[in-house]
Design a protein around this ligand. Structure first.
Ligand code: SF4
Length: 692
């Protein structure tokens, strides 16, 4: 084997990488100059991928009750326990909690098994914690979950507004692309809207250090300013948009003082936005992870719809996703309230079409349990059998201690993962070894709708199986062998592409029916491809000329009012607790912790606190702080810094019981969710801080 083109398994930028055998043995990994997402660039995490391929901590055989077991016995047990639960308590007594780490083909099979054959919509994903508010906001405004633009828009824009996004650390190659564009076009401006002064501020012409939950008010203020300054695109609104007047009326009544920003700074931002036609607004977890996340998304979309700055070069709202295949999961219907291919669970014609296509007994007509509710149900006995795939909810879910208790209380829990050394796998009844990056074979979709191949290059050790195969093995044992008889990911992809053609005939945006006839060799060689891809359309932007997927065909502006955060700070819990990521670690570190180089950047869990607050509390830098919420506590190294505002503290989310005792910070975060998207508010808990 000489070299293999594949895709980075970390963030939603979706960079192409080339893996080659290294002269010293093992592999070397470099950026793929031909991949449109990164054009050869990689960040620190992508550059260190070759260091993470070792078999340390790797799960190689199924385990039942902690004991190594053969595949057949383990799969028989999984199928029989799921069958028992379904027969005795109905299909809604079981659930799948899956992951944006899954490849599209794996995701498709999981969704088909749960929604088409088990007959429940109880499949949700850790993408619920990441970007489900963007999905809900897109659907409200556009009628589907469509990202209108492409990465090149970030380089063609004259103004890039980053909202709740530390792009420099969390989507580093996109950040590098903006840095390069700004250098080439020095008149380009960048505004960073974030309660913290992050590394992304290094390229910001303006930093709006906004108060928590101030985003709806800020963008309502912008909408009112747009109208006042005559910057509404009246022709676009008249032809393509509904709801302008009610949205503007609500915006005009907004109290901008809740943004915590001085009026002069607000005016500076508003003026810049109004006079710069080529504007892209990038938003990420700081917007989504909120009890008003969907409204925040729509407040941003309102401004782009009012000005017609959408779907044209260098213009548009742009959701960037956290995970490598968060978009693919959305496309296959991996969320509890969606059908495959952007078809709607609540639409009887859509359900009938999917049922007939799958030759399935029935499709559920009501949404299943979203992530927070699924674990609550597992703890209370409503979910009898739960299958957790490639994610570590015992660390990453809000109220993580309660999630641990729920996993332990659930009658039967299966985990599929590459390692059993996680807080979740340790609590499972059955652990199934799955293939890892470098062994897996399939596709992922990045934040700009680009489908890329993830190709195997390393020889998988004996034992682990592909996720789609594990799911099919269980489906066969449940009695649906014929409907899950795939000979490989190419066949699954062809079926998925064919289903998307049905979605296209219903007028949905997600249509890749142009790929339905791919031979297996063509699938293997598939170049990065932006959807839609049909016989009449290949890629491109959406909505420059309207064409929204709503019933009326018009984009929807919504009247919005600032809400939240859900948790009040009190005398006992006076600090607002913000959570996030560091540059060189990923999720709960099952891969990145293998690279000593990556752990050099931030080697231990920490708490950012303003020096004034630290002084009042008697906290010295580099000592240990005890951080407490009504739900739990964590011990974190003190970093005094004015990157955070007084009254606010920040901690990264990566550390686990395995990697650092008492630093699972999501144990402190309440399960408050956005009422529309179900996305938890991960950035606004109320905590106390004290010397330990
Ligand atoms: Fe991987 Fe994201 Fe870094 Fe690209 S930017 S190399 S996809 S982690």
């Amino acid at each position: 084997m000489t070299e293999v083109r594949t895709t980075c398994p970390y963030c939603g930028v979706g960079c192409g990488v080339i893996a080659k055998p290294a002269a010293s043995g093992g592999w070397s990994v470099h950026g793929d100059p031909s991949h449109p997402a990164n054009l050869g660039r990689l960040c620190s995490k992508g550059s260190a991928l070759a260091e993470t391929l070792g078999l340390e901590d790797r799960l190689l055989t199924p385990r039942v009750g902690g004991a190594p077991t053969g595949w057949n016995a383990a799969l028989d047990l999984v199928a029989s326990r799921f069958r028992d639960a379904i027969d005795q308590h109905g299909p809604d007594s079981v659930g799948f909690y899956v992951s944006g780490q899954l490849l599209t083909e794996d995701y498709y099979v999981a969704n088909k098994l749960m929604k088409g054959f088990i007959g429940s919509a109880n499949i949700d994903t850790n993408s619920r914690l990441c970007m489900s508010s963007s999905v809900a906001g897109h659907k409200r405004a556009f009628g589907t979950d469509t990202v209108p633009g492409q990465y090149m828009d970030l380089e063609e824009a004259d103004l890039v507004v980053l909202v709740g996004s530390n792009l420099a650390w969390c989507h580093p190659v996109l950040y590098q692309r903006i840095v390069a564009a700004k250098k080439a076009r020095p008149f380009m401006k960048v505004v960073n809207i974030d309660p913290r002064r992050t590394a992304t501020c290094d390229i910001a012409d303006l930093h709006l250090q906004i108060a928590p939950a101030g985003d709806v008010a800020l963008f309502n203020g912008l909408l009112a300013w747009i109208a006042e300054k005559g910057a509404v695109d009246a022709a676009y609104v008249a032809r393509h948009v509904e709801g302008f007047e009610v949205a503007l009326s609500a915006a005009r009544s907004e109290d901008l003082s809740v943004t915590g920003l001085p009026p002069q700074l607000l005016r500076e931002f508003f003026d810049l936005w109004v006079r710069t036609e080529k504007t892209v607004t990038v938003f990420s977890q700081g917007v989504n992870q909120s009890s008003s996340g969907t409204d925040k998304v729509n407040a941003i979309l309102n401004c782009h719809l009012a000005t017609g700055r959408i779907g044209r070069p260098g213009m548009g709202p742009f959701s960037v996703t956290g995970q490598p295949n968060a978009m693919g999961g959305r496309e296959v219907g991996g969320l509890a309230n969606m059908l495959a291919c952007h078809l709607d669970l609540e639409n009887s014609e859509h359900r009938a079409a999917v049922r007939d296509f799958w030759n399935a007994p029935a499709i559920p007509s009501v949404p299943g349990l979203k992530a927070v509710d699924m674990f609550r149900a597992a703890g209370e006995g409503g979910i009898k059998a739960l299958w957790i795939i490639h994610t570590n909810p015992a660390v990453s879910m809000p109220e993580a201690d309660a999630v641990c208790t729920a996993i332990e209380a659930c009658e039967f829990v299966v985990v599929s993962d590459v390692t059993a050394a996680t807080d979740t796998a340790r609590r499972a009844d059955v652990v199934l070894p799955a293939m890892a990056w470098g062994e897996k074979d399939g596709t992922v979709t990045n934040s700009e709708r680009c489908i890329s191949r993830q190709r195997p290059f390393a020889t998988a050790p004996d034992g682990p199986r592909a996720d789609w195969r594990i799911l099919c093995d269980v489906a066969g044992r449940l009695g649906w062998a014929a409907q899950f008889d795939y000979d490989g990911p190419a066949e699954i992809f062809r079926e998925y592409a064919a289903l998307s053609g049905i979605a296209g005939r219903f007028g949905r945006d997600f249509d890749i029916s142009g790929l339905v006839d791919l031979s297996t060799a063509e699938y293997d060689a598939l170049a990065p491809t932006v959807w839609p891809l049909t016989t009449v359309r290949a890629g491109g932007r959406f909505f420059a000329d309207g064409g929204f997927f709503t019933e009326s065909g018009r984009g929807q502006m919504l009247p919005l009012k600032r809400r939240g955060p859900a948790a009040d700070t009190t005398a006992a819990f006076p600090f607002r607790f913000n959570t996030g990521r560091v540059r060189d670690h990923w999720h709960t570190m099952t891969r990145t912790a293998k690279s000593p180089r990556l752990s050099q950047h931030m080697g231990e869990p920490y708490l950012e606190i303003h020096p004034e607050d630290a002084a009042v509390l008697g906290l010295q830098p580099a000592t240990i702080a005890e951080v407490t919420s009504p739900l739990g506590r964590a011990l974190l190294r003190v970093v005094t810094t004015d990157r955070v505002r007084p009254g606010e503290v920040f901690a990264p989310m990566h550390w686990t019981s395995e990697s650092a005792s008492q630093a699972r910070i999501d144990a402190l975060v309440p399960s408050e969710v956005d009422p529309i998207s179900g996305q938890p508010e991960s950035k606004a808990a109320a905590v106390s801080v004290a010397p330990f």
